[in-house]
Design a protein around this ligand. Structure first.
Ligand code: ADP
Ligand code: MG
Length: 401
């Protein structure tokens, strides 16, 4: 289990009162062309850290990245101004936005909160520049990282600062992510079943390899399953496939088998003659797939069999829809698995942009034990990589011990 200092521990010890607290949050939310926020989950997820720090009597500064601006040259569309407005609404208090905060400092008093302009505007942020990290660390007494979505990047505000701040800890969102992911992959209740699906093996090869070493069952789906079907000697017509990765797929199947784990291959599929929203769906046995067929979903028999496994699981890790769920006629496989996850008593975690869209589409948000807010960071955690932002917090915690 990850050992990091937590904001909640510092608060319980009364360490925040009168202190300057710097929270690196992830407020990087989608906006429309006019800059209006279209979806604010990440802003809402960032509130507990801010509210807890304020309540504990701290002077609170919050920053985040937004998009990928040019360092030293922030454009109006790179501004966190809409996020300051939304934060003010949600917190029910003023949230001034402060520009040029590294040079000019942050004039706030205990009980106040300010939002610091897009941290990726600072020269040296992306390269984890030491001088910038030291300057930012000097702005505060306590550094709080609550940006799980950026935890896989070693940048000045996610990594360097944590080395130099007097105290460095994880905020409640980051801590919750680490707890949930640690529970699912650190010491999971068995059987541990992972679903790795979506469009391409190449984008998830490391995850497949890493999970093949841990899980009891590795369910492949979507375009990824097609490459595994070729590895199993099955016809896939003109479906999305990565021919150069068939041997990798074989190796993953063998690695799982050698440990007594399995990689179930679909027995039936849903096909179409074209990739389109109006394409007619046909259910067929895998052996009957024609040369001009596109496999766009797992079939009902496969979905039922996998659903039964999910209902018996102790832990479920889900990344990737098993079909082109954006088109309803190819969404039944993903829907059946989503509903099985919802019914299952297993501890379940899910993450990934399209996976979250599928969870929303089938309305099972409240029945998944934990939905990760971190796209890339979630995937890197599944790959078994150390996240730089977490690693540095562990090192700081180890120095205190
Ligand atoms: P996530 O964002 O959750 O990590 P991915 O981006 O890897 O997931 O994959 C999601 C995409 O995969 C979806 O847009 C879906 O339409 C597509 N997909 C799923 N099954 C297939 C398939 N059989 N053929 C082509 N694309 C597929
Ligand atoms: Mg995606």
């Amino acid at each position: 289990m990850t050992q990091v200092l937590r904001l909640t521990d510092l608060i319980a010890d009364g360490k925040l009162s009168g202190k300057r607290v710097f929270i690196r949050a992830d407020l990087n939310v989608p906006q429309d062309d006019a800059g209006h926020i279209t979806e604010d989950t990440r802003i809402r997820a960032s509130l507990p850290a801010i509210e807890q720090a304020l309540q504990a009597g701290a002077a609170v500064m919050v920053t985040s990245h937004l998009g990928r601006p040019t360092e030293g040259d922030l454009k109006p569309q790179d501004s966190l101004a809409p996020m300051a407005t939304r934060l003010a609404e949600l917190l029910g208090r003023d949230v001034p936005l402060i520009a040029n905060w590294v040079e000019n400092g942050v004039p706030i008093a205990p009980g106040q909160v300010a939002l610091l302009e897009n941290c990726r505007g600072n020269k040296g942020e992306n390269k984890d520049d030491d001088a910038l990290a030291r300057k930012m660390a000097a702005l505060c007494d306590i550094y709080v990282n609550d940006a799980f979505g950026a935890a896989h990047r070693a940048q000045a505000s996610t990594h360097g600062m944590a080395k130099y701040a007097q105290l460095a800890c994880a905020g409640p969102l980051l801590a919750a992510e680490l707890d949930a992911l640690g529970e699912a992959l650190g010491n999971p209740k068995r059987p541990l079943v992972a679903i790795v699906a979506g469009s391409k093996v190449s984008t998830k090869l490391t995850i497949l390899r890493s999970l093949a070493d841990k899980v009891d069952q590795l369910i492949v789906g979507g375009g990824i399953a097609n490459t595994f079907m070729v590895a199993a000697g099955l016809p896939i017509g003109k479906s999305l496939v990565e021919a150069d990765l068939v041997n990798e797929a074989k190796a993953i199947i063998d690695a799982a088998k050698a440990r007594g784990a399995s990689v179930p291959i679909p027995t039936d599929v849903v096909t179409a003659k074209a990739f389109s929203a109006s394409a007619r769906a046909e259910i067929k046995r895998v052996e009957a797939v024609q040369p001009d067929d596109l496999i766009l979903d797992i079939g009902p028999e496969t979905a039922r069999a996998l659903a039964a496994q999910l209902e018996k699981a102790g832990t479920i890790v889900w990344n990737g829809p098993v079909g082109v769920f954006e088109f309803d006629q190819f969404g039944n496989g993903t829907k059946t698995l989503a509903e099985a996850i919802a019914r299952s008593p297993a501890f379940s975690i899910a993450g990934g942009g399209d996976t979250l869209a599928a969870i929303a589409k089938y309305g099972i948000q409240d029945q998944v034990s934990y939905i990760s807010t971190g796209g890339g960071a979630f995937l890197e955690f599944l790959e078994g990589k150390k996240l730089p932002a977490v690693d540095v917090l562990e090192q700081r915690a180890a120095q205190l011990a």
